[in-house]
Design a protein around this ligand. Sequence first.
Ligand code: WT7
Length: 641
Amino acid sequence: MNLRLDSFEAYQEAYQKSANDPSEFWNGIASQFQWMKPHHQTQSGSLEGGDVQWFVGGQVNITENALDRHLAERGNQTAIVWEPNDPDHPIQSISYQTLYERVCEMGAALRASGVQKGDRVILYMPMTPELAISVLACARIGAIHSVIFAGFSAQALADRIQDAGASVVITANEGRRGVKTIPLKSTVDHALASCSTVRLVLVQRVTAADCVMESNRDVWLNEFEQRGKGLPCPPEPMDAEDPLFILYTSGSTGKPKGVVHTHGGYMVYTAYSFANVFQYEPGDVYWCTADIGWITGHSYIVYGPLLNGATTVMFEGIPTHPGPDRFWAICAKHRVNQFYTAPTAIRALMAHGEDPVRAHNLSSLKVLGTVGEPINEEAWHWYRDVVGQQKCPIVDTWWQTETGGIMLSGLGALSPQKPAHAGLPLPGIDPVLLSADGTELTGADQEGLLCIRSPWPSIIRTTYGDHERCLNTYFRPFPGFYFTGDGARRDANGLIRVIGRVDDVINVSGHRFGTAEIESAINQATVALESAVVGYDHPIKGQAIHAFVISDRSLDEVEMEAARKDVLAAVERGIGKIAKPERIQFVPGLPKTRSGKIMRRILRKIASGEFDQFGDTSTLLDPSVVDAIKTQAQSTWFVPS
Ligand code: WT7
């Protein structure tokens, strides 16, 4: 299989071909994979109908393509290099042959325990090889994996387990992150108190710490894996459109939704985009620093790299442990060729200066990638000049959980580079900018709503258990288009700069949260009667959360400190520490219209320290609250120094 385009002309040609005849184009790529049964229709349905399907009638198993297919040629090549949290602990190099065997063992054990095609399995795990193995084992037997980032709280975990109706949870006694340990198993126990569907819990022993094991439900993962030893584990034949996984992500309203991706289209697109964006060549060592709990880890730690027979690095720890040079030490240690991280991490490491970078030999680096949020120009230049020594192209990859794979990005060094611009679309991707009334904006440097005009193989198929929600969020706002929720601008050369969300989604350190979800967590605090949260620019996190909270009684200074702690604890309980508001402001009221809608626009201005132009406030029920909120905020966070 060779999916890689190797010149800008080849890219342009592929792009033209994909535009002229998308079926022909994707057929050519799909035919390089191993199918159990060929499809009879390349694509059916439409964006208008929100019922897009790919490779209809085809049968495939993504793991046969990610594992079995490589054994003859590169069985002994390293598939996964695992770098532990503690740099003095041994690394693990897992060959394609070993990975295949372990996935088969685990798959066979799951099958033997009664897990069937279509069953949902929750993975709430640290970044260990067992996480990747569990993901692949589920896919192998046709079980639908749903990885929940191990920083989510018991409540958030329970919400997702219930929504998915999962029967199995795979976890660890504890996770390790820097000097901290995370009590994963006890969080699972907590969550399961309200989840009646779960009958089996597998527990990886990561640390020496004890944990409670319920004899009729909990099994140690290593013992469980043994049950599959020597058993055959043929890949389950999956319809191209059968679900591969559910991944929960936040939206403007309500609880997080389960984005569904499939075996066929997702496989084709993640493999194709990986090969091209990172310009991966045989023998290269590729490292994406994301967690498999997010889509980046699914598509570009596990599936994309393994489908290409790549060597992919998995890192258990955090960028600053034991020191702020850890990323660079790992790059040097494993001679990393392609490095992929988030702007937030770049900005945080930038704050430590150049010495930690210069301390390591980074000459192996060829391509540097970023993902998750807009990258500011300063961070872009630092990444290019200091980390890449001006020798590596930056690929600023724009995409979403819902798109399954990278949509806008340079292809290694082939494409034009422009700071803070994701750039051109990948072949097969047709981005457009629309005005609020749906008119297409074609002029240079116009800002509009980023939409996609034609289907691509890894487009979201549904939101689990609620297709209406999927239609309303993505396909109905602009009929005939997929609506991204982002605002963007396109320059005269067609390079796109993604500016950020235009909806009530806040992107903190590249993690996505809905305002409604944070507010409902805050409102669980006894002190909170009502709340509204907005994002504001933050030098490291990209955006941070400012919470405006109406308390149940008036608070003096001392009480306010305690109340803040209550609010933080409520967010930690409802979602997890990752969603904690940076600022909590107790306010006498919220700026509501007569119809009861909160005017977030005003709160966003106040949180950004823009106190003069609030626009039209005549529809507010009580305009005086704006002044009160403004005066408080000014004296707390915007005191001139
Ligand atoms: C949102 C999607 C895609 C994997 C990680 C995030 C923002 C993502 C970029 C980028 C500007 C970006 C968008 C998008 N975003 N990449 N390169 N430049 N913004 O996935 O959690 O589904 O979040 O992240 O706002 O809509 P996600």
